[in-house]
Design a protein around this ligand. Structure first.
Ligand SMILES: Cc1cc2nc3c(=O)[nH]c(=O)nc-3n(C[C@H](O)[C@H](O)[C@H](O)COP(=O)(O)O)c2cc1C
Ligand SMILES: CCCCC(=O)C(=O)O
Length: 327
């Protein structure tokens, strides 16, 4: 039941499969004799230096994967020199996760209760989170047929969304809010000085609105195929979004990234960095903090190797002309 929750997607899982299939259709057109020497994968986002452009996507319920929970993931991400985005549906308090690792960003589903939403943001900020990732692809919850079949509705006794406790100590449920609009993101601006990223952008018109509303970053995502089944593959959506944003703010992408060559293609098609969801969950389940570290380091080493073979020293040298559609 829990493995299905992690692996599954919405509906027939067309988008879940589509995210991976889209990378299968793309090929790299390498450059030669570029004398790259050692590659340099260091990446700076909002003033934080990272050793890789591969970040940890926000995912719920890590205690279902490993007894170390989100703290183990944070430890692994820190050891790999990258950011972990902590899910609002984490099963450990953000303070405990921060004590285990960092740098952290915090993912938010803005709640209908604005005061509670502000309190959660303040708490994440106080714990040391350096950016806020606002998920905007979930006005309603995706219809996940595996979860319906398995009757997975609640966390087991003893586990809870620890960052959803209000002042009385009661744990609130994470609500999806179909009344959410750009005005509410403007209000978040008044609550926090942290960089604000919108996660779940696929249409270039929304990327334009994000920039116009002063967002600090855009994450091209279809929630790993867990929300709108039939949504476009993220690597297919990326080029138009990147072109519209025009380097005014960082553009990140997630969904279906499993190999360093996938990261290379995403960077070439306009991403400044990528995030990985399920690979981290699988590594956490298999090997705890060390597993997460090794999976992230493998992705980064694989990217480094692919860049050597494609003739790029730095991520910034990866450009769209290095990618072709397979015949
Ligand atoms: C089990 C699971 C839980 C997730 N939980 C969240 C979440 O709490 N908040 C969120 O914004 N995205 C969530 N996501 C979506 C991820 O952040 C990310 O968009 C997606 O996993 C990327 O695709 P990938 O798994 O193919 O790498 C979740 C994804 C999975 C697989
Ligand atoms: C309330 C939990 C939300 C988790 C989530 O976003 C997902 O499973 O994709």
């Amino acid at each position: 039941m829990h493995a299905d929750f992690f692996a599954g997607g919405a509906g027939e899982e067309r988008t879940l499969r589509g995210n991976l299939a889209a990378y299968d259709r793309l090929r790299i057109v390498p450059r030669v004799l570029r004398a790259t020497g050692e590659r340099d994968l260091r990446t700076t986002l909002f003033g934080t230096g990272l050793s890789t452009p591969v970040l940890v996507a926000p995912t719920a319920f890590h205690l279902l994967a490993h007894p170390g929970g989100e703290a183990a993931t944070a430890e692994g991400a820190a050891a790999a020199g990258t950011v972990m985005v902590v899910s609002m549906a984490a099963t450990q308090p953000v303070e405990a996760i921060a004590a285990a690792g960092g740098p952290l960003w915090f993912q938010l589903y803005p709640q209908p209760d604005l005061a509670f939403t502000a309190a959660v943001v303040k708490r994440a900020e106080a714990a040391g989170c350096r950016a806020l990732v606002v998920t905007v692809d979930s006005p309603v919850f995706g219809r996940r047929e595996r979860d319906l079949r398995n009757r997975f509705t609640d966390l087991p006794d003893g586990l809870a969304c620890e960052n959803m406790r209000d002042a009385t100590g009661r744990v609130r449920t994470v609500e999806m809010d179909a009344t959410l609009g750009w005005d509410r993101l403007a209000r978040l601006r008044e609550v926090t000085g942290l960089p604000l990223l919108v996660k779940g952008i696929l249409h270039p018109a929304d990327a334009r609105l994000a920039v116009e509303h002063g967002m600090d970053g855009v994450i091209v995502s279809n929630h790993g195929g867990r929300q709108l089944d039939g949504a476009i593959a993220t690597i297919d959506a990326l080029p138009a979004v990147a072109e519209t944003v025009g380097r005014r703010v960082p553009v990140l992408v997630d969904g279906g990234i499993r190999r360093g060559t996938d990261v290379l293609i995403a960077l070439a098609l306009g991403a400044d960095a990528v995030l990985v969801g399920r690979p981290v969950l699988e590594a956490l389940a298999a090997g705890g903090a060390r597993g997460v570290q090794r999976r992230l380091e493998r992705l980064t080493a694989d990217l480094d190797h692919a860049m050597a073979l494609a003739g790029a020293k730095r991520p910034a040298e990866l450009t769209p002309d290095l990618v072709a559609v397979a015949g």
